[in-house]
Design a protein around this ligand. Structure first.
Ligand code: ARG
Length: 342
């Protein structure tokens, strides 16, 4: 057996994996493998190669969450700020009024959940053959969607660069993953077996084989976050009749990245805040008070541009989807109120 060499994280790294991985823990976990052969060394590659990682660890399959629980548990508790036991709760439909019926501030509302299929390795560890089986299973399941969600699936393989660019411009494709995903192995063989399903009205979409097997998305150019959420729940209910999702009692839905486990849900709005843009401290206070987070509208780790903010839930674990929507609704209403009063 090869001697174990404790990995060296970049001196500037503040990744949670660096904070919690002690030499003793490494010695305990490094020799282990999940039944698909996933190892701790593979799980921490992205954190080692990207000093600006916030957590720096990915799961290669559902079993990673138990085999490597002595490193993942503390990271999950720290990231999600949950204490004690975690209970996964089902969702209910919500009937909240649109936040901004006059469209003065909110440009669009979006809710997504991540799901992985039970019995398959997650994207950083999946084989090409299994990735293609995932694509086939999802393609079959979407044919059974109810009439209002029907649409078509478009695989990216074989598209020439100009076609791909056109789809990207129209948000009908996702690009190859970022350097964090790349180092984790998620971009292998891109764009094979990747694609997007979109309903005819483009309000319901499924990304296939991106960071998770499925990213199920409901969105529209309105402030009706409740309607957007209910559409997502309906699509998800139908898909669950045909697809079995990786789930465990302790952590809810299991995802590639431990930041997404639980509800695996991110619900948010794109909102124009011309005045609060100049009062960053006040905006930050409001966002924190309601447990929300700000991103740029270009996606994760992008900057805010032209006063348009992406405001979404921070909490995904230890909370149910319905509560996430209610919190977002209350928080964004307060932010709009503050903007109006300035
Ligand atoms: N691995 C990256 C980091 O540690 C991304 C974390 C969250 N984002 C995500 N897309 N999973 O910073």
């Amino acid at each position: 057996m090869q001697p174990l060499i404790f990995p060296t994280f970049h001196s500037n790294s503040r990744a949670l994996v660096k904070q919690y991985l002690t030499p003793a823990l490494y010695e305990e976990l490094a020799p282990l493998k999940t039944h698909t052969g996933f190892t701790l060394d593979a799980a921490i590659q992205s954190g080692l190669k990207n000093p600006d990682s916030s957590i720096g660890i990915y799961a290669g399959d559902a079993q990673s969450y138990s085999t490597f629980s002595s490193i993942l548990d503390p990271i999950i508790h720290a990231y999600h700020a949950v204490e004690g036991s975690i209970e996964h709760r089902p969702v209910d439909k919500t009937l909240l009024a649109p936040l901004d019926p006059d469209k003065a501030f909110i440009l669009s509302s979006r809710v997504r959940v991540a799901r992985n299929l039970k019995g398959f390795s997650f994207p950083c560890h999946i084989t090409g053959q299994d990735r293609s089986r995932v694509e086939s299973l999802v393609s079959e399941a979407i044919k059974k969607l109810p009439r209002n969600l029907l649409g078509s699936y478009r695989g990216f393989k074989g598209l020439v660069p100009s076609q791909m660019q056109d789809l990207l411009n129209r948000k009908q494709a996702f690009p190859k993953g970022d350097r964090f995903q790349d180092a984790a192995g998620i971009n292998r063989n891109f764009p094979d077996s990747r694609g997007i399903f979109a309903s005819l009205d483009k309000k319901f979409m499924i990304w296939v084989n991106e960071e998770d097997h499925l990213r199920i998305i409901s969105m529209e150019s309105s402030s009706d976050i409740s309607g957007v959420f209910n559409r997502l729940c309906s699509g998800l209910d139908h898909l669950s009749n045909w697809l079995d999702f990786a789930f465990n009692k302790k952590y809810g839905f299991l995802t590639s990245c431990p930041t997404n486990i639980g509800t695996a849900m991110r619900a948010g709005v794109h909102i124009r805040l011309r005045k609060l843009e100049k009062k960053q401290a006040l905006l930050k206070r409001l966002v924190n008070r309601y447990n929300l987070q700000i991103r740029g509208t270009g996606g994760e780790k992008t900057l805010v541009d032209q006063g348009i903010f992406d405001i979404s839930n921070k909490q995904r674990l230890g909370i149910c989807g319905t509560r996430i929507i209610e919190n977002l609704h209350t928080g964004v209403a307060a932010i709009i109120e503050a903007e109006k009063n300035l």
